[in-house]
Design a binder for this molecule. Structure first.
Ligand SMILES: [Zn+2]
Length: 251
């Protein structure tokens, strides 16, 4: 039961979501077993691309079965062409809103086949970018995402306030080499402000933008003994906020 002045369950001061991008194998090897050990659930954002997408998704079925959210990270994982040197490079600047919609709905069909959900799952912007076109024709593709997903994760400076956050461009902290004590401090800061903190992880212990597993473990240990912080997948926190906003007449 949520209390009247916040969407969080009774006794919780704030919320925290642990999100992991790109379906990396070290997440399967390190993050998932650690979350399971502490009885905590995260959100894993996956791009189901390639002809072998069914095989690539197969190891994630056990993650889904354990109660973690498998979120949509688009099909093609297209980011700005600003990352490229080639003048003919494709990227978000060469795409239209219709291109994005086709891309994310194809990803959704594939994910729904392996990881069915009731209602909508959450989305995560590749490279935290939410635009198509450039200059005079540049547009936000957030409205396309809002049509198909309950919520979507971007990048920002502070945790999300349940009354004011744009559920379709949620702010998250990019985690990269943070120490366990820093991660604990961020989680506590979100709770102290009655807000929803979202952490974005990539590699765990190895690989791209890694966090050491001792640091992740320190955070999870703290969360396990911190009933005042509601730890839940993005989709579930967003559902609670949608219900609460309706009850409060906020939207
Ligand atoms: Zn990504």
């Amino acid at each position: 039961m949520a209390s009247a002045n916040s969407p969080w369950p009774e006794g919780c001061q704030g919320a925290l979501s642990l999100t992991f991008d790109d379906g990396l194998s070290n997440q399967l090897e390190r993050a998932v077993p650690m979350l399971n050990e502490f009885g905590l659930r995260g959100t894993f954002y996956i791009s189901p691309r390639g002809n072998d997408w069914r095989e690539r998704l197969a190891p994630w079925r056990a993650v889904y079965d354990a109660g973690h959210e498998i979120g949509n990270h688009s099909l093609s994982h297209t980011c700005s062409r600003g990352f490229a040197d080639n003048p003919n490079a494709r990227g978000l600047e060469t795409m239209t809103l219709a291109d994005i919609e086709a891309d994310v709905t194809e990803a959704e069909q594939r994910l729904a086949e392996v990881f069915p959900v009731e209602g909508q799952r959450s989305y995560c912007y590749p490279c935290f970018q939410s635009h198509v076109g450039e200059g005079l024709t540049r547009q936000s593709y957030v409205p396309v995402i809002a049509k198909h997903f309950i919520a979507a994760r971007g990048l920002g400076e502070v945790p999300n306030h349940p009354a004011t956050a744009d559920l379709h461009y949620l702010w998250s902290w990019m985690i990269r080499g943070h120490h366990g004590t820093q991660l604990v401090g961020m989680a506590e800061q979100a709770a102290a402000r009655g807000r929803w903190g979202i952490m974005t992880f990539h590699g765990v212990h190895f690989g791209h933008l890694p966090v050491a597993d001792v640091d992740l473990r320190e955070l999870l240990q703290h969360l396990q003994r911190s009933p005042h912080i509601w730890v839940a997948p993005v989709r579930e926190v967003a559902q609670a906020i949608v219900r609460w906003r309706q009850e409060q007449g906020l939207r």
